[in-house]
Design a protein around this ligand. Structure first.
Ligand code: HEC
Length: 526
């Protein structure tokens, strides 16, 4: 092992440089740092001398290619040094040359990045943060490199090098995070796409972070509006935000061609310059009560400024590929556009909603999986009495209707394995009494409970009063009293309480109603 190490050391060029050589490298590096800082500053102020040429465009494209080099190398070096530390000096990683390459890569990435910013299709705010983050990384990374070669020269271990390297890694992660968010829009988009059934990639309005007046009227203003409010019912699966093909009224809205063609009415969706002959405009102006009003009544409606923008765009010739600022828009329209939720925010919201839905579905599946065994056990005792509320849900409903008096307190106990799944328990007209109801303590998710025509008394309400999700409770024909029902006062969601033929009086019901104003108490008497 030690021979191998010394071989590696022999191969190490930097460590064997003479002091003069090191001095030269150091001065050159520092000058280079000054140079890229100046370049960064010129980029930030949009200096004329960096003006866009085909060459800057070409080199700008190299940025995403080159940037992985410094990222990979610095992380690798960091790992090597950690392993070196953990080996207590048995392994001294030779990281000078990789660091040198990493620094060169970082400098090139910064230069190409500055050229890319000249093309200006990203958010300036984020781009500038990313730029200075990357320059800071390059500066600290280069200093780390210099510290390393000087330390190697003198043969001493260098805590300064360790600090600089760690700091450079932190800067690297931070800066590349901003860079990643810039290019991929928001990270959650990935989650969003994966969440969609069958992996259909839903249509995404082009992500722009540009100022409203720089947005392309059709591509970056109209399409995002239609995407948000119309594509859900008027687009193929690959363009549909819901990820499924849905083309209502035979009207596809995802391309200009389809929009002009129109739907089942045979009328064009848009006739450039002619609002009267544009079904889109017609449909969004219909009274909301009309069947053909769009979007349908129960869906997310267009805002007044969105309607104004769509109308204005059609009236001005339904142009594509032209920016708002080149259209001489009236102030009302420019202000309306500024009010729109920017496309990238729309995407973020959609991604968030989709992610939440996926998470909820996964949680539901997990709950269902956990219930499978218990369902089988309980199902054996009570065939056909236990069911899922729906096919996707893990919520359970149980009814003892067919068992009547054969269903006893022990029966309730036998339900305990599925207690956490039960939301609806129908054990009215059975032989259940207070001791059976005591088991309901573990059924804390119950929303509906029928205990009518049973032997339950006020004692049972100690338990029932703890079922805080309860919305419906039937205590008809039981021995509960005015005093007993006051134990229900802590049930915030209770909306229906049935008490006829119990010992509860009008006064008792009124007292509870004061505590639960939203609950409808039914005494069966006028
Ligand atoms: C929830 C689903 C849904 C959404 C969202 C929706 N539509 Fe519709 N759309 C329909 C249905 C359903 C029809 C067919 C109505 C009919 O044939 O009576 C239709 C038909 C139309 C038609 C008539 C096409 C033709 O030629 O017959 C137009 C125009 C239209 N929609 C525009 C829009 C616009 C604009 C939006 C967004 C602002 C939108 N729709 C959003 C469901 C939707």
């Amino acid at each position: 092992m030690s021979e191998e190490t010394s071989e590696i050391r022999d191969l190490d060029v930097e460590g064997r440089k003479s002091n003069a050589g090191l001095m030269f490298l150091t001065v050159a590096s520092l000058l280079m740092l000054v140079a890229i800082s100046i370049l960064g500053y010129m980029t930030q102020i949009g200096s004329e001398s960096l003006k866009l040429t085909p060459w800057t465009t070409f080199y700008g494209e190299l940025h995403p290619v080159i940037l992985h080099l410094p990222i990979g190398i610095f992380i690798l070096v960091f790992i090597m040094e950690i392993v070196g530390l953990l080996s207590f000096g048995k392994w001294k990683p030779q990281t000078q040359f990789p660091l040198f390459l990493g620094v060169v890569g970082a400098v090139l990435a910064v230069i190409f990045g500055c050229l890319l910013i000249q093309q200006g299709d990203q958010s300036m705010d984020e781009a500038i943060w990313h730029l200075w983050g990357s320059i800071a990384f390059t500066v600290v990374g280069t200093l780390a490199f210099l510290a390393k070669i000087w330390a190697t020269r003198s043969g001493a271990s260098s805590p300064i090098y360790g600090i600089l390297l760690t700091a450079s890694i932190a800067l690297l992660l931070w800066s590349s995070h901003i860079g990643g968010v810039m290019t991929h829009g928001t990270d959650p988009i990935e989650t969003f796409n994966i969440a969609m059934d069958g992996g259909n990639e839903p249509a995404k309005p082009k992500v722009v972070t540009t100022a409203p007046e720089d947005r392309l009227v059709y591509e970056e203003i109209i399409v995002p509006i239609l995407h948000g409010k119309c594509y859900g019912c008027h687009a193929d699966a690959d363009q549909n935000p819901l990820g499924k093909k849905k083309i209502k009224g035979k009207f596809v809205m995802t391309s200009m061609e389809d929009i002009m063609k129109g739907g089942s009415s045979g009328e064009p969706g848009v006739t450039p310059g002619d609002l009267e002959n544009s079904t889109i405009s017609w449909s969004i102006h219909l009274d909301i009560d009309e069947d053909e009003h769009m979007p349908p009544e129960d869906k997310d409606q267009l805002e007044a400024h969105e309607i104004a923008i769509i109308d204005w765009w059609i009236k001005e010739g339904a142009k594509t590929g032209i920016a708002l600022k080149d259209m001489n828009a009236p102030a009302e329209i420019t202000e309306g556009v500024a009010k729109l939720v920017p496309p990238e925010e729309l995407l973020r919201q959609q991604a968030e909603a989709a992610a939440a839905e996926t998470a909820e579905k996964a949680a539901e599946d997990a709950r269902r999986a956990k219930l499978v065994e218990a369902m089988a056990v309980v199902g054996k005792d009570f065939p056909n009495a236990l069911r899922y509320v729906s096919q996707e849900s893990s919520d359970l409903t149980f009814t003892a209707v067919s068992m009547r008096k054969d269903f006893t307190d022990e029966g309730v106990e036998k339900l305990l394995p599925v207690a956490q799944g039960l939301v609806d328990l129908e054990i009215g007209a059975t032989a259940v009494g207070d001791s059976g109801v005591a088991h309901l303590v573990s059924m804390s998710r119950l929303r509906r409970l029928k205990l009518n025509e049973t032997a339950v008394t006020d004692a049972a309400l100690d338990t029932v009063g703890k079922l805080v999700d309860l919305e419906y409770l039937n205590l008809v024909s039981t021995a509960v009293t005015d005093e007993g029902i006051m134990k229900l006062e802590g049930l915030p969601k209770l909306r229906k309480l049935y008490l006829w033929q119990s010992k509860v009086t009008k006064e008792g019901a009124a007292a509870l109603m004061e505590k639960l104003p939203e609950c409808e108490i039914n005494l069966g008497l006028e």
